[in-house]
Ligand binder design. Structure first.
Ligand SMILES: Nc1ncnc2c1ncn2[C@@H]1O[C@H](COP(=O)(O)OP(=O)(O)OP(=O)(O)O)[C@@H](O)[C@H]1O
Ligand SMILES: C[C@H](N)[C@H](N)CCCCCC(=O)O
Ligand SMILES: [Mg+2]
Length: 236
């Protein structure tokens, strides 16, 4: 089991950007890498297809074919559940009369695992986002048994969000890879001291400061690959 489960302090904090940077780093290190978004909400029409930005980004920065068979990566493995409205996953599923099944998501995950060296899974929203009757996003991460990376979106309010998220994760004793500070603005007030405040309080390792405006093709260089390599069962 190799890869990471990318969780965030909230929606819109940079999970996708960081997940794509991880894929860039993995692939530039010579490994095969695939992204997965178990449940995505917010689809729009593009020609004759319904697309979701996160799913498209993960496909773009990941490998385009399966490692062993060389075939196309099935969309339903990358994104087993997708719903049009940009709302909470369990509410979007409910509108469609769908029960989100951990079994379906785990099966897709296992298929992808067997066809890649490193799998980067992106959550949706924050760590305790409900996923219906079977649990929440942390439960899903636990059932995948991948080491978790917490993306902290640096802005006013993030200290509280980051510490609450870490407490929730510690309660469920997940394998932990570390946390990344993602700069959500160009000139963040007290950015350095926000990071130091979190370094003193969050479990390590600190996996890097992702700069504002940096695309994933360059952003992977800002991540601490020495520490990422030491993640439990890391492939890189
Ligand atoms: N370091 C950054 N520099 C510039 N823009 C950023 C940065 N990080 C994130 N953004 C922008 O902020 C927005 C939210 O980021 P992103 O989509 O990665 O968040 P997310 O945590 O994946 O959200 P979701 O919960 O919807 O999956 C996007 O428009 C993204 O391009
Ligand atoms: C649509 C959006 N971009 C996210 N993918 C879904 C965010 C769900 C947040 C749920 C909540 O915490 O209220
Ligand atoms: Mg995202």
């Amino acid at each position: 089991m190799r890869g990471w489960f990318v969780l965030g302090t909230d929606t819109g904090v940079g999970k996708s950007r960081v997940a794509c940077a991880l894929l860039e780093g993995v692939r530039r290190g010579g490994l095969h890498g695939l992204g997965m978004k178990p449940v995505a909400t917010g689809f729009f029409r593009q020609g004759d297809r319904w697309v979701n930005e996160d799913v498209e980004l993960l496909k773009h920065h990941g490998d385009s074919t399966l490692k062993h068979s060389g075939g196309r990566v099935p969309e339903e493995w990358i994104n087993p559940y997708g719903f049009e409205p940009p709302i909470a996953p369990h509410l979007a599923a409910h509108r469609q009369g769908v029960n989100l099944s951990f079994g379906v998501m785990r099966t897709a995950y296992q298929h992808l695992q067997s066809e890649t060296d490193c799998l980067v899974v992106e959550g949706a929203g924050g760590v305790l986002v409900p996923l219906g009757e079977e649990g929440d996003m942390v439960d899903l991460a636990q059932s995948f048994a991948l080491p978790v990376i917490l993306v902290v979106g640096l802005r006013l309010g993030c200290l509280n969000h980051a510490l609450l998220s870490a407490e929730a994760l510690q309660h469920r004793s997940l394998p932990w890879a570390g946390w990344i500070a993602n700069c959500l603005g160009p000139d963040l007030e007290e950015e350095e001291r926000q990071i130091r405040t979190l370094q003193a309080r969050l479990p390590g390792p600190f996996l890097g400061r992702y700069p504002y405006g940096m695309p994933p093709e360059l952003g992977y260089t800002a991540l601490h690959w020495e520490s990422l390599r030491k993640s439990p069962r890391s492939a890189v």
